[in-house]
Design a protein around this ligand. Structure first.
Ligand SMILES: Cc1cc2nc3c(=O)[nH]c(=O)nc-3n(C[C@H](O)[C@H](O)[C@H](O)COP(=O)(O)O)c2cc1C
Length: 180
């Protein structure tokens, strides 16, 4: 049985994007993947909660794809979390809509991988910096998967970006087919 994948994509300046644009292109037309561009859908941050909840309910794997901005996601993602993950729906005693789904962060970062550790410039690993997202997913009963990360974006050439995009598509392909 194959898993349905929902990609929640958030880039506030897609016209200037190199890396996320390539990642998006590599997965948006994959079979079994619903690609949902949040900044395109909600330029005024007016998130349609019922639509988003219906999308979540209809998929097995949720992917949150975005560039890292100030060690976090761009602001529409916060708005999306605040509005969509309602008490009694996503969490709380009767909030079980997301239980058993899997959650993957797909993030790009300007900093090098070596900078994301205790001794490095950024002092924390990316996995540590994603702790609020990880805990949000867990609170909602979802399994938080090992994040897909593209580091050092500023220094990447076209070939390296294409390789990262191919690796991302392969990761989603594996998730689509993977049994729990
Ligand atoms: C407002 C802003 C904040 C950023 N903050 C970070 C950061 O905290 N850590 C980091 O490694 N890169 C940071 N970056 C770099 C972006 O993550 C990087 O440019 C992006 O992932 C590249 O993808 P793109 O080509 O799709 O835009 C920031 C960029 C912008 C514009």
């Amino acid at each position: 049985m194959s898993n349905a994948i929902l990609v929640l994509f958030a880039h506030p300046a897609l016209q200037r994007s190199r890396v996320q644009r390539a990642l998006a292109k590599a997965v948006r037309d994959l079979e079994g993947v619903t690609f949902h561009d949040l900044y395109e859908a909600y330029p005024d941050f007016d998130v349609d909660v019922a639509r988003e909840q219906a999308l979540l309910a209809a998929h097995d794997v949720v992917v949150l794809q975005h560039p890292l901005y100030w060690y976090a996601a761009p602001p529409l993602v916060k708005q999306w979390f605040d509005l969509v993950l309602e008490h009694g729906w996503a969490y709380g005693a009767r909030g079980t809509a997301l239980v058993g789904k899997r959650f993957l962060c797909a993030v790009s970062a300007g900093g090098d991988e070596a900078a994301y550790c205790a001794e490095g410039e950024n002092r924390f690993s990316l996995r540590q910096l994603l702790a609020p997202v990880e805990q949000t997913a867990r609170l909602c009963g979802m399994e938080f998967l090992d994040p897909f990360v593209v580091y050092g974006t500023h220094a990447l050439g076209e070939d390296e970006i294409e390789a990262a995009a191919a690796a991302y598509a392969a990761r989603l392909g594996a998730l689509r087919g993977a049994e729990r």
